[in-house]
Design a protein around this ligand. Sequence first.
Ligand SMILES: [Zn+2]
Length: 357
Amino acid sequence: MNNGYRAWNRGGGRSRRKRRQRMMKTVILSLIVALIIAASVIFLFTLKRLGENAKDKETDILKETETIAPETNPEDTASGILKEGFITKKLTEKQLHEGDLILVRSGAPYVFPEETDLKDLYTGRKKYENGARAYQISSTDIELDSFILSKLNEMTETFFELTGEGGLLIKSAYRSYESQKEIFDYRVERDGKEEALKYVALPGESEHHTAMAFDMSVYKDGANTYIEDEEEYLWIYENAHKYGFVLRYPESKADITGIAYEAWHFRYVGVPHAYYMYKEGLVLEEYLELLKNEHSYDGIHLTFDADDGNSYEIYYVPAADKGETEIILPSGYEYTVSGNNTDGFIVTVNISGGEEQ
Ligand SMILES: [Zn+2]
């Protein structure tokens, strides 16, 4: 202890100076540390504020999206016929690819169902008492969806009974993926790919896969001709819509359909749609775009009187990004729903019938 004290006292003046210097150093150091801490605090605080601002903006975007997104409460969105009352129904992703209005084309392949109700035209045609047929077929294995075949029979029998002309010839109807591939490969080999693609769809992208399309021309005086070249047969072009059929690839719409003019290719889309498309000169691509852009479920529905004596109201419902889509349907009215094969559903309501029995 003493030693220590002594040591302290020895050379006391120098030691006190040193102590003051040390104290000064400590104060300066403390000041620097304090400054660094203050700077850090300010810096961190600024960072936090910036972060919060960014978050605020993010929330704003979300809020905006929320406002833009369609209202989910059907009470608020009911318009047109739905105002009279509605039910909600959930549709599966699979159903997006089913129905009279599916668009199958380049870039929109057909989703093959597990089963198709096919019927062959050979046995499915009516045989008149004198053995006559309303139309000819180029082979015995041509098939269509059985309901579509009944519509084809209805149309051709009416025509045959009206005119006595029995030369309509069905050359092709339903095609499996494999049979389309055979046709495509053959055409590529024969004409080259560029030329083949003008007329023949890639396997998987042909309307023929749907069993709702067929190729029909005329067999007359031992030769194949086209409907457009036979005056007696023009009735088909003028009346096909009454049976739900449209000439799918008109000359003036090749840039829209992506397929060159085909005077022979018919597709079933259902009576009111075929009527509207025929009357307005729209191809399926244009018609579906019109419904999607201008006749949404929460907007103004498309309404018209078709020439089958019924009035229809039609609207589009966007499909959910994933999973089931809840759609609102009229209650008390006959309706059908079809997917468009890409992004939504079309609801078709027969509004002339009134309350369903
Ligand atoms: Zn065809």
